[in-house]
Design a protein around this ligand. Structure first.
Ligand SMILES: [Cu+2]
Length: 324
């Protein structure tokens, strides 16, 4: 087939190509992975099963991966994040207010609970500083979400609404920018795998690789001693958000392992399965809870090229343990 014929056949060819991929690669691409592609979900709960079969071509795997990139648009999956009102200057308490609109422009009023909340709101300055993870409340009558916020410094902030509308096939992450007036100096982001927060030290181990699932472990210590009192937070012992430096694409990564039982504790390790779409630098934010207080540790990690993107197999499916 020459280039022109390929172009002409491209639209129909997509369907055929996927059907072919299922047929040829059915033995090496688990149904759960296909279902994941169809949901365009970045959830990593099934991460251990994500591996590209050696018989699948790069094109077969590249298209679903590209479709899974979230949090770079104010509109996706038939939903739109309406205008966001927020304090316009730093150090003034106010509210972040917004609605999620459906295809007809009507406010969405019904949401499913995911990770214990109907909607997760992430706010971070464009340089990766001043991360906040908030849980707005919904006015069910109007569909308006609201949560108190104070911006610590001026700058351009990105806010992400991560939600599953009732009836939707999966979760959606929409984003807008919020401008906070005043002078500001951007922080430079260099790779770091150790974070100090409130006397806790969080250390990240494991490597990020593009195109597949990467196992990461965060170890929490306090004064050099392992912390074994990690408490469940949002249905896990840790809550990890990854943003891709450059476009701040949003990757919501959750802890691996069983959902903790209420009252159970864990530590000092928290395991994650992370999927990053490309090589490059990623900003990681880990929320963890000890003694009822949620703290955030920040890491900066450079992702290398995944083995499955070099034509080989992604490797054996890792077995995921939860925190120990
Ligand atoms: Cu949340």
């Amino acid at each position: 087939m020459n280039a022109a014929q390929k172009l002409a056949a491209y639209g129909a060819g997509l369907v055929v190509a996927f059907a072919g991929a299922y047929g040829i690669a059915g033995a090496v691409v688990p149904d759960s992975v296909v279902a994941g592609w169809e949901r365009s979900s970045t959830s990593s709960h099934a991460g251990s099963e994500h591996q590209a079969g050696s018989s699948a071509t790069a094109a077969d795997t590249a298209a679903p991966a590209a479709a899974a990139i979230k949090g770079v648009s104010l509109s996706a999956d038939g939903y739109t994040l309406g205008p966001v009102t927020a304090p316009a200057v730093p150090n003034v308490a106010g509210n972040v207010d917004f609605t999620v609109l459906d295809r007809r422009g009507e406010p969405v009023r019904e949401f499913d609970v995911a990770h214990e909340k109907q909607l997760h709101l992430i706010a971070v300055r464009a340089d990766g500083a001043h991360y906040q993870h908030l849980h707005p409340t919904l006015d069910a009558a109007s569909g308006r979400w609201s949560v108190p916020v104070t911006w610590p410094e001026a700058g351009t902030y990105r806010v992400y609404a991560d939600f599953t509308a009732t009836g939707a096939k999966g979760s959606t992450a929409l984003t807008r920018t919020v401008q906070v007036d005043g002078a500001s100096v951007a922080q430079r982001r260099e790779p770091t795998r150790t974070a100090q927060v409130d006397g806790f030290t969080a250390t990240l181990s494991g490597d990020l690789a593009s195109g597949g699932s990467s196992d990461l472990t965060v170890t929490i210590t306090r004064n050099g001693a392992p912390v074994t009192g990690l408490e469940p937070y949002l249905g896990a012992y840790g809550h990890l958000v990854a943003l891709r430096e450059g476009d701040l694409a949003y990757l919501h990564v959750h802890a691996t392992g069983e959902e903790p039982r209420p009252g159970a504790t864990s530590g000092p390790d928290i395991g994650f399965a992370a999927e990053v779409p490309t090589v490059g630098r990623y900003l990681l934010y880990l929320d963890f809870q000890v003694d009822g207080v949620v703290r955030t540790a920040q890491f900066v990690v450079d992702a290398g090229q995944g083995r499955n993107e070099q034509g080989g197999n992604a490797g054996a499916a890792p077995s995921h343990g939860s925190g120990h």
